[in-house]
Design a protein around this ligand. Structure first.
Ligand SMILES: Cc1ncc(COP(=O)(O)O)c(C=O)c1O
Length: 393
């Protein structure tokens, strides 16, 4: 039994004591220079961590969805369209936002366990000149699939479109070179791989893109990136910010910069490998083949006869919180995230607990039998990528 509850959900995550202590700093007024300094520090650390030069950061008080909706609502004119790549719950959510904000959506939707069809993205861009923005999710939290942001980014740039990426569960856990990929708007949040607490989110915006956004008529008082940016540049937030969450985010970013982003990504990749070796040893079946999996979420088939509720409750009683599947995958899968300040020893304790819970009944599929998705996906992946997808867990 671990000494604390270990969160294996994809955020909010376990945080360090250093970040937790930051929550207790002095009460301050957000219209005073103390807050101006805090906001400036967070915005510059975000750019230092994720954007190098050429970008500016806009902070939004609200969960990741708030920053995402601000980016979507601020980015296209009403007589234009946004192309949204959809292969999971979060891609679907972007498409819904586009529609609700009165902009035409062009969906390129595909199977949730597959990367998007790039030829369809290219064809849609060619046939519909009204498309102004291409939007997609970097790390699809629904399945843990890493989407081909670089490839879609190149298509968007070749067609002269703005490129909006939801990297809410990606930043800090997956490599993403905003310059190289041609990202114009990148959305992130405090409480996933950055290891802050929930309540603040942000958009990293290319300078030229911010100039373009100023000419898009605003659709929202609260979720307008140019308005927020102008105020934040002057050192004042437009609305009351989550001050204490900001303290924690600033500290979490300092911690991240000390660890370095590549080392954070490597730590998460190491944790995922440790867990996946354990899952394979226990005979569990993976939803995705290895090449499609990111560093921080593993989606697993529920073993025959095991209900998610039972698995969840028995693991929670032992100190571990796992995560359910979403949408049509809900009856079939469960997810284990490895984000946050969790040690290798705690992940090993989780594997011991999982083995104990599974041994209570309804055992998993034997290890020799590959999950149907792996069997189906392998030939297609080998054809496109030329490597053995089933070699590692
Ligand atoms: C890819 C992605 N987009 C958007 C969201 C929504 O973020 P939030 O729940 O912080 O609003 C999530 C949350 O898990 C996510 O993983």
């Amino acid at each position: 039994m671990p000494s604390r509850t270990i969160l294996l959900n994809p955020g909010p995550v376990n945080i360090s004591e250093r970040v937790r202590r930051a929550l207790l700093r002095a009460d301050i007024c957000h219209r005073e220079e103390e807050y101006t300094r805090l906001m400036a520090s967070i915005r510059s650390r975000l750019c230092e961590a994720f954007a190098s030069s050429g970008f500016t950061a806009v902070l939004i008080t609200g969960s990741g969805t708030a920053a995402l909706e601000a980016a979507v609502a601020s980015s296209a004119e009403t007589d234009r369209a946004i192309l949204v790549v959809v292969n999971g719950v979060y891609g679907e959510r972007i498409a819904r936002m586009v529609t609700l904000h009165g902009v035409r959506v062009v969906e390129v939707a595909g199977e949730w366990t597959r990367p998007p069809d790039l030829a369809r993205v290219e064809a849609a861009l060619r046939s519909d000149p009204a498309i102004q923005v291409v939007a997609m999710v970097h790390h699809e939290t629904t399945t843990g699939l890493i989407n081909p942001v670089a490839e879609v980014g190149w298509l968007a740039k070749a067609a002269g479109k703005s490129f909006l990426v939801d990297s809410i569960s990606g930043l800090g856990g997956e490599p993403l070179d905003l310059q190289a990929v041609g990202v114009d708007l990148c959305v992130g949040t405090a409480n996933k791989c950055i290891q802050g607490v929930p309540g603040l989110s942000f958009v990293l915006v290319r300078h030229e893109e911010m100039a373009r956004l100023a000419s898009v008529p605003p659709r929202s008082v609260y979720l307008s990136l140019p308005s927020d940016w102008q105020a934040q540049e002057k050192g004042e937030p437009l609305f009351t910010p989550a001050v204490q969450v900001g303290y924690a985010l600033d500290e979490a970013l300092a911690e991240l910069l000390e660890e370095t982003v590549p080392a954070r990504i490597a730590r998460y990749a190491g944790a995922a490998a440790l867990l996946r070796n354990g899952f394979q040893r226990l005979g569990l079946s993976f939803l995705l083949p290895p090449l499609l999996r990111g560093n921080t979420i593993t989606a697993l088939e529920l073993p025959a006869g095991v209900s998610y509720t039972r698995l969840h409750d028995q693991l929670k009683a032992r100190g571990f919180v796992i995560y359910a599947g979403q949408g049509p995958l809900a009856p079939r899968i469960f997810r284990v995230a490895n984000m946050g300040d969790v040690s290798a020893e705690e992940y090993r304790e989780f594997l011991v607990a999982l083995e104990a819970v599974l041994s209570l009944g309804g055992g998993p599929r034997p290890p020799s039998e590959p999950p149907p998705e792996v069997a189906r996906a392998k030939p297609a992946l080998e054809a496109t990528r030329g490597s053995d997808v089933a070699s590692t867990p």
